[in-house]
Write a protein that binds this ligand. Sequence first.
Ligand SMILES: Nc1ncnc2c1ncn2[C@@H]1O[C@H](COP(=O)(O)OP(=O)(O)OP(=O)(O)O)[C@@H](O)[C@H]1O
Ligand SMILES: [Mg+2]
Length: 488
Amino acid sequence: MEPVIRGLSRSPYAPCPPELFAGREPERVRIMETLSLAREAGQVAMISGKAGSGKSSLLNWATGAALPGGEEHLSVHREFYETTDMVFSVYRDILTAIRQSGPAAAGSDPAIRQASDIVDRYVARIDPVGLLARVGEEIIGVFADVGDVPADRVLSTYPAAIKAFGETMSRNGGVFVLLLDNLEWAPEPDLLLTLELIRQRPPGIALVLACDSGDRLRYPQVLEALRGVRGTEIRLGGLEAPGVGDLARRRFDRAVPDEVSELLAHTIADPLGLMVFFALAGWRGLTLDEKAVRVLLPELRNPAASIYAEAEPLQQGRAKTLAVLNPPFHPAVAACMLTEERMSLSEVETSLPESTLFRSVGRHGYDFAHPLIREYCTSLVPEAERLLLHGRAACCTERFLERLPGRQHALVSLVRHLFSAGEYARALALSHELGRRYYEVGAYDTARILARQAVVSAEKTESSDARAAAEELLHLILRATEGRADGA
Ligand SMILES: Nc1ncnc2c1ncn2[C@@H]1O[C@H](COP(=O)(O)OP(=O)(O)OP(=O)(O)O)[C@@H](O)[C@H]1O
Ligand SMILES: [Mg+2]
């Protein structure tokens, strides 16, 4: 069976495709070991490291290259995005991938179907159905009433389904490899489910996770669960000199003298920095020697700024406009945002991933090639202009609302744009309503943002009753997250 590979793109600053992956021999061996042991007993490994250390790239490699051939395997690779409003979207998608995986899924089908049903009903509170009704100027979500599904039901039903699937796989001599990237951005319910899966370590399953070690909230929790089951942490530091040479050869087709590789391993070492170094050296026609390292080193303090500076002006303009959108963004919304260019949907779909600044993700989504690039582009847009862009983003999101695949995400994005555009009267009711719903499903990060928006919107519109209600909601949310390690 062919493994499912997702999330690859052509941008050099996006995670590296498996066939171009360089160095990291000991880490690759540890991943191979994890996969081969999973046939006997469930395995958990976590790739950790700071931003740009190559976690997503190693995960790509693990998806595409590490499965032993000739047997029934399935690997599913998904990532969490910077926005925490897509509750269980990754986990619903995993069930779909399992169901589509063919005969191997058949033995566990009832369990998988039951898990899908429970998760669908759990997220119904935040997942609007059908159209959005309009009452005067206000937009309200239409939600189905499917009764109360407690979080515990999800935490028991989902792992049971995965376990049933793992057992079917291992009976056929195969392994189910589940690779999850960017755990630091998992919505809270998704994090709890991940922790549960780690604790249960279902047989026949290799769970390979990636998490930013700088994250103060989710990383320590995952690490603790991992230690509880004697899982493996694969901590990524900088590349060693041979890895540096390998990266230059594979990704830039350039040979680096050994002493320069040594120097780079001591001065830059982190893969994102190295990528920018070799790209800059190439653009400027520099010989790869000590002088080039000295000249370029100051520019590598802010790799995103260097990447931006080398992009074409047209792409720079697009990046500044699209930086207000919540990732992943839909091409229809992007085309609408870039209104002056009058781009068609297919033009957006071909031109964005060709730029060094963007990458395509999933089936119909785009994101910045690296979050640091979005952050940098956002910083370049003056406050007043950003306000106008949010206004445009609100119009564009609203126009395509019914066509956007992730309705939770679309609605939260819409209300965020309305709020950031200063359209407080329109943002008020929806912020409160969604805030309450996200609170009820335990997605506190999103709930908190929405409740704060509701408080400010009520202040700005001088609605004292609405303000009291929003403050009460915010208080509940803060109480639920009291004592959290990130102090949020
Ligand atoms: N071993 C490698 N071989 C070749 N290129 C690599 C390797 N590791 C990382 N890269 C490149 O380095 C950059 C950063 O890598 P990646 O996105 O995987 O890091 P990350 O740790 O996932 O970052 P973040 O924490 O921001 O998600 C990308 O341009 C990627 O293509
Ligand atoms: Mg990453």
